[in-house]
Write a protein that binds this ligand. Sequence first.
Ligand code: GTP
Ligand code: MG
Length: 370
Amino acid sequence: EETISVKLFSEKIGKPVSEILKKLLLLGMMSTINSQIDFDTATLVAGEFGIELEQKIEKTAEDILIEEAPDTEEQLLKRPPIVTIMGHVDHGKTSLLDKIRQSKVTEGEAGGITQHIGAYQVELNGEKITFIDTPGHEAFTAMRARGAQVTDIAIIVVAADDGIMPQTVEAINHAKSADVPIIVAVNKIDRPNANVQKIMQELTEHDLLPEEWGGQTIVVPVSAKTGEGIEKLLEMILLVAEVQELKANPDRLAKGTIVEAQLDKGRGPVATVLVETGTLRTGDTIIAGTAYGRVRAMVNDLGKTVNEAFPSQPVEVIGFSEVPAAGDILHAAPADKLSKQVAEERKDKQKAEMLKKMSKVSLDDLFNQI
Ligand code: GTP
Ligand code: MG
């Protein structure tokens, strides 16, 4: 028999979940927001609100897609932290990422370390860490606006021979408003005019009191050129991650975020996906924004073809109908045709909204002309 979750039911009848749970309790049913109720129960509860349910509540494809069973405690397993590197122009974000990767990827394993890759994983003492090259502040903001939680820890890079600059401040504010813990990497300490103390002083002016001075902020002096301090930086990341107790359920359909995407001449739309929860598999039916399809192939950060991608793992996905946008949420769909249906629903919705906007504009124009 068909059922509906309390959450979706609440959305459909426009009554708060808490009220619905109360009514259910009065009917002798202990429920939670994720509980499933059948049509008869739904009819009863709706009646309590004076709402008559004449027919089965129609679920949209989108409803079916996002309606997910809650994870049980046992299903939640430790996952690697996702680290975003941010900071002012030229302070060494990319160099630092390259150096970290070089120092951790064994020779010959990577098909060519120099190749640009937006996200990758390294391992330290058997623990993985996922790094994302700063997607630019705009993209970061866009991702957050869409509810994408793509960062567990922010590394703010500050050049030791320069200081805190406007984009450093922006990065600090982004991390703070996203409530993400900050680790400061004071870079370029190999430079003769490097002054770590001066940077620490400036940090205090932005409410980041270094641990060394009795504060909470971890500050690690590093050099992306010589590699000094990088091991320490990685250790600090794992330390912070340990406290966060990051977990995900690998045993469910994947959900993730599009980190970047482009049209490849030979391969068609290619998207770098960061799996947030679940496991993404070759052959899975997928949807992100209005792009849908089936995972035809996946390539990991070492350029190797893989058939599975686990929580916190970045992977290149081939098989989308069109190029998804950075920040789009990717879902693996429970049913074969569902992703196409959802894409069509979303397109219809977009079209309707555009038409609404257009008609509004023309009306306004009309009034302006009078
Ligand atoms: P954008 O992506 O343009 O914002 O810059 P970025 O922050 O990625 O900086 P990038 O890694 O491109 O480095 C900028 C310049 O600083 C390059 O010329 C690097 O070689 C140099 N550089 C980066 N890190 C270090 C370092 O630790 N020591 C020295 N001496 N130079 C560095
Ligand atoms: Mg860069």
